[in-house]
Each structure stands twice: as C-alpha cells, then as structure tokens.
Design a protein around this ligand. Structure first.
Ligand SMILES: *[C@@H]1O[C@H](CO)[C@@H](O)[C@H](O)[C@H]1NC(C)=O
Length: 140
C-alpha cells in the first residue's frame, strides 16, 4: 500500500470507530425503586451482588434479554423529564443490572420503563420529584 493512501486510511478508520461507538448509545425511560432490594432474580439473596456505590438497576423488558442482562453495566444520563428541572445535567452514572424490573420486591415509581434505578442511582442523576425520566444509556 502506498504511503499517502495509508495516511488517509488511518483517520477514516479512526472516525468510523468513533461513530460506531457513539451509535451504541440508546434512549429510553427510567423509574426508581427502594428497599427491600433482596432477593433479586439475578443473584438471589447474595448481599455481595450490589456495587459498593449503591448504583444498580433492574432491567425492563426491553433490555432484560431473558436474563442475559444480569451483571451488565450501563452508563446512564438523564436527558429530560415532564417534571421541570428534574435532570441533573451532564451527570453520568454507571449501574449494574441485578434484577428484573417486573419482579421487584417493592413497587417501582413507574411501570414499564426501560430500566428501574436504585434510589441512590436515580438521585445521582435526577430529582425524585420526577417519577420517571428520559435517559440515554450505553452498555459498557
Ligand atoms: C404497577 O403495576 C402494579 C401491578 O399491576 C400496580 O399495582 C401498580 O399500581 C402500578 N404502579 C404504577 C406506578 O402505575
């Protein structure tokens, strides 16, 4: 391969890689839920399943993937909400999926969302005055 072509190809591949990475971000909705968090569908009564940060989530039907979502990590950002000023802008959290959204021990703030965040996780990115928020999420 000639040198000029190589020099051209590199930035092209680089921008393609960046584009593909960006396109993995998805939009959806999130609600929140509180204790009792145990047992979970993914890991039962094991208290070691929760990240020390308390940032975890239950997967809604769209991302539950028949249980394959257990243990997946997502970066989550609040995009908007019907509740004015509910989003904490530019705050991104990382949550671990530990449960199934339709099988929680406590009632979520809204049914049928893409994911249900732990209280701690939700409060990191939004005000709990909002029962539901629109999110952007990316699997890590
Ligand atoms: C969610 O669904 C449950 C069971 O169908 C129902 O009892 C509850 O009121 C619903 N919660 C909300 C916030 O709509």
């Amino acid at each position: 391969m000639s040198k000029p072509l190589k020099l051209l190809l590199f930035p092209c591949l680089l921008s393609l890689a960046i584009l593909l990475r960006c396109s993995t971000a998805d939009v959806g909705t999130a609600a929140y839920y509180g204790p009792p968090y145990l047992p979970t569908v993914c890991y039962g009564r094991d208290p070691g399943q929760f990240p020390g940060s308390g940032l975890f989530a239950a997967a809604g039907e769209g991302i539950w993937d028949n249980g394959a979502s257990c243990g997946r990590q997502y970066l989550v950002r609040c995009l908007s909400s019907a509740t004015p000023n509910a989003c904490i802008k530019n705050r991104v959290i990382q949550v671990r999926v530990v449960d199934q959204g339709t099988m929680l021990n406590s009632m979520p703030s809204r049914n049928g969302t893409t994911m249900v965040l732990s209280n701690a996780a939700f409060q990191m990115i939004a005000s709990e005055a909002a029962q539901v928020i629109n999110i952007e999420f990316t699997q890590v």
